[in-house]
Design a protein around this ligand. Sequence first.
Ligand SMILES: NC(=O)C1=CN([C@@H]2O[C@H](COP(=O)(O)OP(=O)(O)OC[C@H]3O[C@@H](n4cnc5c(N)ncnc54)[C@H](O)[C@@H]3O)[C@@H](O)[C@H]2O)C=CC1
Ligand SMILES: O=C(O)C1=NCCCC1
Length: 315
Amino acid sequence: MSQPPVVIWAPAVKRLLHYKDLVPRLEEVLGKFSKRDSAEVLQPVRTAVPLQKHNGFMLSMPAYMENTGILSTKLVCLYKRNEGSTLPSTQATMLLLDPECGNMKAVMDGEVITHMRTAAVSAISAKLLMHPEAEVLTILGTGKQALSHYDVFTEMFAFKEVRVWSHTRQRADMFCQHVPGPLKAFSSAEEAVRGADVIVTVTRSTEPVLFGAWVKPGAHVSAVGACRPDWRELDDALMKEAVLYVDSREGAMAESGDVILSGAKVFAELGDVVNGAKPALREKTTVFKSLGMGAQDAVSAQLVFEQWKTEAGQH
Ligand SMILES: NC(=O)C1=CN([C@@H]2O[C@H](COP(=O)(O)OP(=O)(O)OC[C@H]3O[C@@H](n4cnc5c(N)ncnc54)[C@H](O)[C@@H]3O)[C@@H](O)[C@H]2O)C=CC1
Ligand SMILES: O=C(O)C1=NCCCC1
């Protein structure tokens, strides 16, 4: 009989997961994924079950990494909540299994993992694709992802100015009160974006919030929201003008409204750049369209589990 799984909930995940450890693991797995070597990373396109009655979706995100012995799946539910709803817009659980026997090693909170790994992958995109002299960062959105993106971007880079916009000024002001560093709140997305070198879109909008006409030539955009084939965050002008990078080509072609509806062509996966197989066109306007991958969750959960075992061994 196998041991029952350990349960590692959000406060412990927060304590155990650090960007300095997470970023290199994610960079490595992006590179492995883009080699399409099934012994390195096996990751089908995730399935989405519509929860029509509740205006949401359940996504199932399995990944298997044979060479490193990591088997996991994340179950994540996302909802199109009305503004003002107190219910969360995203809920996630991670299951880490032993690939040899199939028993469950750990059940973990998946929300902290989702916030941190998504932001860390955006930071990797900026590290690879932004102009080396980038000074101004703009964040569009003020939710959970906005916070994790603020954390990792200010930890990894020294921007001279950080701006934030939300569709209500009150939310932007509240966000500023919750973060430690200097931050400028904007009432207009256009004003927040004009002149920015790096722009992160982390909204639940299903219509464009970022327009090509506002974006400085040579800027880098990390587009995180709009994860359904008929949802948008970016307009056609930006999608067609920019050089387009994605996390997974298959994921982008199946799920990204910004990619599918604009007809923009994918130039490369981020992993191709990590592997040196495709160039990082830093001088051009670049968009990294992030959808999220099971393999990113797998290495994050494995890291949490390793840290948990180290901590448990110390007691
Ligand atoms: N690419 C990836 O790997 C992941 C993407 N996401 C996506 O990132 C986005 C942000 O997620 P969270 O921060 O967790 O959500 P959240 O609910 O915590 O925050 C959403 C933000 O969007 C704003 N917003 C809502 N409707 C809007 C509209 N019509 N126009 C402009 N802003 C609007 C809200 O005021 C809030 O600031 C969501 O679209 C989510 O599905 C989330 C996790 C992973
Ligand atoms: O990768 C993920 O995790 C998610 N991606 C899209 C939105 C919900 C969570």
